[in-house]
Design a protein around this ligand. Structure first.
Ligand SMILES: [Zn+2]
Length: 448
């Protein structure tokens, strides 16, 4: 029996649609359920008795009574900022200058970048995050280091070399556009669609990218199919005013990307807080996405994301930690703050909406819902086993929950890494709370 072919029993929950209008039709929940994993992919999701009768020869991994859900997806993170998470006292532009840029300087050293990549990916897996969309630094070494570690776990991650050529310290600028372009082309060639790795062309944000650099970014987007464009948009009011000065001909902040051809499907913009009606409309019609980063937005005092406006306009949105401005790797803690941001605006984020947001919703926002995000047959078997008794308080509180909805809401409020029992990537258990991390053997890594 191959190690990535088996039946796993438990309380299986996944989403098949967005739960805003008819939540009861948006998910499937099997109290005595099972997943059948075959060669790292989902072959069946349903009642355990059906799984066992259909696949009688398969080994059974028994996690009965534990909740099994798809791996959590984080649509915006900065791995080089792992070491500076929780840095005191500044808002965006000063925070970048004081803490971020000096930290990112260190990533010209490949060994350093590898060490941080190891720690970063370990934190993702410990928190049940199986896919992340990640900034490197301007150094190609930073991206090689990240993908090497990601590939060693066979994770589906998206990363890219940061492009910037103005308004940052000299040591962090692409001084020559041709070099930046060539370095990016080489990285795309090395990593895009290698195994499960995907590449994002990554102009940091308008303040650090000249029109010439934005043009290079567009040229790079045209070099391979299905590349991502990963950047920031309308995070902080001071930043928005600065963009208006830097790009006087642009209609608004979004147009400062759009006029260079950088807004479309697989364009992912972190934040999107201070947007105009026109920008919501344009995001929706182009298929671009917002990566909502609640812990970061509160930590840097950036503002409150308008979920309702995004929904009304049909803008794609994913959930994001934005580590290291975000203060937790845990998407459960990110949901906790996402809920409060809606509360402050008189809006709600239900338990079902939350867990949809962290799984299938985020997969849709980054156009990966044909591969991950739920347990439909043929999808890649990235999933997590939750532990409701991570602490005495969690155990005690959960013992008072009467419904699945209540259980989920409590998980997304007081849950964190202690709520993650096991994390599976392509059907292989790569993290176990009691036994630590295990990298899959090479023969299990084939992806069609
Ligand atoms: Zn960011």
């Amino acid at each position: 029996m191959k190690k990535d072919t088996y039946i796993i029993k438990g309380r299986v929950l996944h989403f098949i649609d967005e739960p805003d209008t008819t939540p009861e039709n948006a998910y499937e929940y099997y109290k005595t359920g099972a997943l059948v994993v075959e060669d790292g992919k989902i072959a069946f999701c349903g009642e355990a008795s059906d799984a066992v009768s259909r696949y009688p020869t398969y080994n059974i991994v028994d996690r009965s009574n534990k909740l099994i859900i798809p791996g959590l997806i984080d649509t915006h993170m900065h791995y080089p900022q792992t070491e500076m998470i929780g840095a005191y006292g500044e808002q965006l532009l000063e925070w970048l200058e004081t803490y971020t840029f000096p930290t990112e300087r260190k990533f010209s050293d490949k060994a350093y970048a590898k060490d941080v990549s190891d720690r970063f990916i370990a934190e993702c897996l410990r928190n049940g995050t199986t896919t992340a969309m990640v900034f490197g630094t301007i150094h190609p070494e930073s991206v090689d280091a990240f993908f090497e570690v990601s590939d060693s776990y066979n994770m589906r991650n998206i990363c890219g070399k940061v492009l910037m050529d103005r308004n940052a310290p000299d040591y962090l600028l692409d001084t020559d556009l041709d070099t930046a372009k060539k370095q990016t082309e080489d990285l795309i060639h090395r990593w895009h669609n290698k195994g499960r790795q995907l590449y994002a062309v990554t102009p940091r944000f308008t303040p650090t990218c000249t029109p010439e650099m934005m043009t290079v970014a567009k040229e790079l987007m045209d070099t391979a199919p299905d590349l991502y464009m990963h950047s920031h948009l309308s995070e902080n009011k001071g930043e928005c005013a600065w963009v208006a000065e830097l790009e006087p001909e642009a209609t608004d902040y979004l147009d400062a990307y759009d006029r260079y051809g950088l807004v479309g499907p697989r364009s992912v913009f972190a934040h999107g807080i201070h947007l105009s009606e026109r920008e919501y409309k344009r995001l929706a019609e182009t298929g671009a996405a917002i990566a909502h980063s609640p812990t970061s937005n509160l930590f840097l005092g950036s503002g409150l994301w308008n979920k309702k406006a995004c929904q009304e306009h049909g803008v794609r949105a994913g959930l994001a930690s934005d580590v290291g401005a975000g203060t937790s790797f845990s998407q459960l803690q990110t949901l906790n703050e996402a809920y409060k941001i809606q509360q402050l605006q008189g809006e709600k984020l239900s338990a079902f909406q939350s867990f949809y947001f962290a799984t299938l919703g985020s997969a849709k926002s980054i156009y990966l819902d044909d591969k991950i995000g739920n347990f439909e047959e043929g999808k890649e078997a990235d999933f997590i086993i939750l532990d409701n008794s991570g602490t005495e308080l969690m155990d005690y509180r959960q013992s008072h929950c009467k419904t699945l909805e209540e259980e989920l809401f409590v998980l997304g409020t007081i849950g964190d890494d202690r709520s993650i029992k096991e994390t599976y990537v392509m059907g292989v258990c790569v993290y176990d709370k009691d036994q630590g991390f295990r990298r899959p053997p090479v023969e299990l890594k084939a992806v069609s």
